[in-house]
Design a protein around this ligand. Structure first.
Ligand SMILES: NC(=O)c1ccc[n+]([C@@H]2O[C@H](COP(=O)([O-])OP(=O)(O)OC[C@H]3O[C@@H](n4cnc5c(N)ncnc54)[C@H](OP(=O)(O)O)[C@@H]3O)[C@@H](O)[C@H]2O)c1
Length: 215
């Protein structure tokens, strides 16, 4: 099955890995970016760049119109403060939910985070706010009526892919290479059994295809 996918955070580390993988698998990919300097990098891997700022733009529907699925792989990033956890990690994810609903796109896969299942009620500085933003975005997606999958990876690394993971509703706190997260996202997008599922993801022993099929 070949599908058309829009990746929010198209030039992010996971976004680039996912875009390249999906193109190699024969899918059509739009990469949402806010900086036109990043267009060439997307063209180089066969991803069509679309300019869209998930914080500054009021309505991002036109950027994703016509695709079969959206993936939220964007984020304010480690160096950002409390405010951008709200405007980007929560607000950007919600804006993409609204766009999917407006344009009749059924499928939404979100890169959440380990820790979003039980964020601190208050405090924790920017990291506490990040986990609360991730948790709130996940709740909004569940309540949206869209065909969602919520993927909560552990600490991301830039190690090479292993092709093997551990997936479960709750798993031990551990690392996972971004490349393996991207491979899980690509598998999830074409696996209807993952619709309505929320899971944590770390490196493990199970081949990605088997782990996703078992959800
Ligand atoms: N780091 C971890 O250990 C960890 C663990 C679990 C989950 N996560 C989550 O994993 C996801 C991806 O991680 P990553 O390492 O691939 O992230 P990344 O490399 O920092 O990429 C984030 C992307 O979001 C984009 N972005 C930021 N603000 C935007 C805006 N207003 N409009 C549109 N795009 C915007 C950035 O674009 P610019 O280049 O324009 O800034 C960038 O392309 C994030 O959701 C993160 O929260 C991270």
């Amino acid at each position: 099955m070949e599908i058309e996918v829009a990746i929010a955070g198209g030039h992010g580390k996971i976004g680039l890995l996912l875009g390249k993988l999906l193109v190699e698998q024969g899918h059509t990919v739009l990469g949402l970016i806010r900086n036109p300097d990043q267009e060439d990098d997307l063209h180089a891997i066969g991803v069509e760049p679309v300019l869209c700022d998930l914080e500054a733009d009021d309505d991002v529907g036109e950027a994703v119109a016509g695709v079969d699925a959206v993936v939220f792989a964007a984020g304010a990033g480690a160096g950002s403060g409390v405010e951008r956890k709200r405007t980007m990690d929560l607000g950007g994810a919600v804006k993409l939910i609204e766009a999917a609903r407006e344009k009749g796109i059924g499928r939404y896969v979100i890169v959440s985070s380990m820790g979003a299942a039980d964020p601190p009620a208050e405090g924790g500085d920017a990291f506490g706010e990040y986990l609360r933003a991730k948790a709130a975005a996940d709740r909004a997606l569940v309540e949206s009526g869209l065909d969602y999958t919520i993927v909560r990876p552990g600490m991301l690394t830039d190690e090479p892919p292993t092709g093997r993971v551990e997936i479960g509703s709750r798993v031990e706190r551990a690392e996972v290479p971004r490349a393996d997260v991207a491979a899980v996202l690509a598998a999830v997008l074409v696996a209807p059994n993952t619709i309505g599922e929320t899971f944590e993801l770390i490196s493990g022993e199970t081949p990605i295809g088997d782990a996703v099929a078992a959800l």
